[in-house]
Design a binder for this molecule. Structure first.
Ligand code: GLV
Ligand code: GLV
Length: 317
C-alpha cells in the first residue's frame, strides 16, 4: 500500500476522507516528529509527501526517501523545496495556485489600511483605555485616493491586490518579470522599470515568488531611492527584502511605514521591528481563511493521491 506522510494536520473534509481511505496508509506527524523532520521522513520513507511552506525539503531530505514519487506543497510558493532535485529524480512537485489569490490580496489591502491609518497603534491605544477624547491631530495617517500603488510582480495575487487598490482610488504602477496586458487594460496599470516604480510609488506591494535572483531585491540602496512618505507591504516572501535595512529605514523614518505578513527569518521577527509603532505585523496569514485552507487541502490531497494512482496531477510545478 502506498504511504502518504502529511507533516501536520489539515483543515477540511477532504483531509478526513483521506484518513479514512483504506487505499492509502496516511501518517500525520505529531509535533515531535515534525520537529525532527529529516529523521522522521527517513524512517517512514513515504511514497507521497504533503509538506508545509515552513518545511525545508532540500536535496539532503529528499535523498532519504527513495520511494518518493510526489511532494505536494500546501502553499502556492515552493521555495522550500529543491524542485530541481525532484525533477532530476522523477518526483512530481505540486502546489496550490489560484485558491489563495483573493485571501492573500485581502491581507495586502488590510496591511495597506492598517499602516496608512495607523490602525494597530490606535487600536492598542483604545484597548489600553488611553482614549480620553477626540482631537484634530490625533493619529493622523495618510489618505489613499490619488496616490500611486506600486506592484512588484503582476501575477494573480498582484492583479487581485491592484484591483482592490483601484477601488480605493489609487493609481497602479507596476514592475513585473512579464508585462500583464489585463492589468494594463482593465486597471489602467502602468508598466515601469523597477527603479521608477520605487521612486514614484506611495505604496509598494510585493507579489513575487522567492527565487535566489530576487534575494534582497529591496535593500538599503533601493530603500534610499523611495519617498520618505512611502509605505511598503510584503505578503510574498520575507527574503525579498533586507529586513534589517528596512527596519533601520523605518526607525529613522526614511520610510513612513511597513506592513508585514512574511519575514526574512520566519518565524523569527527582527526584535527591533517589533518595537516600532509604524509597522503592522501579521504572522503569515495570507491564505488563512477556512474556505481557502480547506480548498488547499483538497488540492494537495487530490494531487498527491492522483500521482500515487499513476494519474496526472492538476497543479504541477
Ligand atoms: C503562502 O505563503 C503560500 O505560498 O501559499
Ligand atoms: C500566485 O498565485 C501569483 O501568480 O501571484
Amino acid at each position: 500500500m502506498k504511504k502518504i506522510v502529511i507533516t501536520c494536520k489539515l483543515p477540511g473534509g477532504r483531509y478526513e476522507e483521506l484518513l479514512a481511505d483504506k487505499n492509502f496508509e496516511t501518517v500525520v506527524l505529531n509535533d515531535e516528529e515534525h520537529m525532527n523532520l529529516a529523521a522522521t521522513l527517513e524512517k517512514l520513507s513515504p511514497d507521497g509527501l504533503i509538506s508545509m511552506l515552513s518545511d525545508k525539503i532540500g536535496a539532503d531530505v529528499l535523498a532519504k526517501m527513495p520511494d518518493l514519487k510526489v511532494v505536494s506543497n500546501y502553499a502556492v510558493g515552493f521555495n522550500n523545496i529543491d524542485v530541481q532535485y525532484c525533477h532530476e529524480h522523477g518526483i512530481t512537485v505540486t502546489n496550490t495556485p489560484g485558491v489563495l489569490t483573493d485571501s492573500t490580496a485581502d491581507i495586502a489591502i488590510l496591511l495597506m489600511l492598517m499602516t496608512s491609518r495607523r490602525a494597530g497603534e490606535s487600536e492598542k491605544y483604545a484597548r489600553e483605555g488611553r482614549f480620553k477624547g477626540w482631537a484634530p491631530e490625533f493619529f493622523l495617517g495618510k489618505s489613499l485616493a490619488g496616490k500611486k500603488f506600486g506592484v512588484l510582480g503582476m501575477g494573480r495575487i498582484g492583479f487581485a491586490t491592484a484591483k482592490r487598490a483601484r477601488a480605493f482610488g489609487l493609481d497602479i504602477i507596476y514592475w513585473s518579470r512579464r508585462r500583464n496586458e489585463a492589468a494594463e487594460k482593465e486597471l489602467g496599470a502602468k508598466y515601469l522599470e523597477l527603479d521608477e516604480v520605487l521612486r514614484e510609488c506611495d505604496f509598494l506591494s510585493l507579489h513575487l515568488p522567492y527565487v535566489p535572483e530576487l534575494h534582497h531585491m529591496i535593500d538599503a540602496a533601493k530603500l534610499k531611492t523611495m519617498k520618505k512618505s512611502a509605505i511598503i507591504i510584503n505578503t510574498a516572501r520575507g527574503q525579498l527584502i533586507d529586513e534589517a535595512a528596512l527596519t533601520g529605514a523605518l526607525e529613522k523614518k526614511e520610510i513612513y511605514a511597513a506592513g508585514f505578513d512574511v519575514y526574512e527569518f520566519e518565524p523569527k521577527i527582527n526584535e527591533k521591528l517589533m518595537t516600532l509603532e509604524n509597522v503592522a505585523l501579521l504572522p503569515h496569514i495570507g491564505s488563512a481563511t477556512e474556505e481557502t485552507r480547506s480548498e488547499m487541502a483538497r488540492m494537495v490531497i487530490d494531487d498527491c493521491t492522483a500521482v500515487l494512482r499513476g494519474e496526472k496531477a492538476q497543479n504541477i510545478v
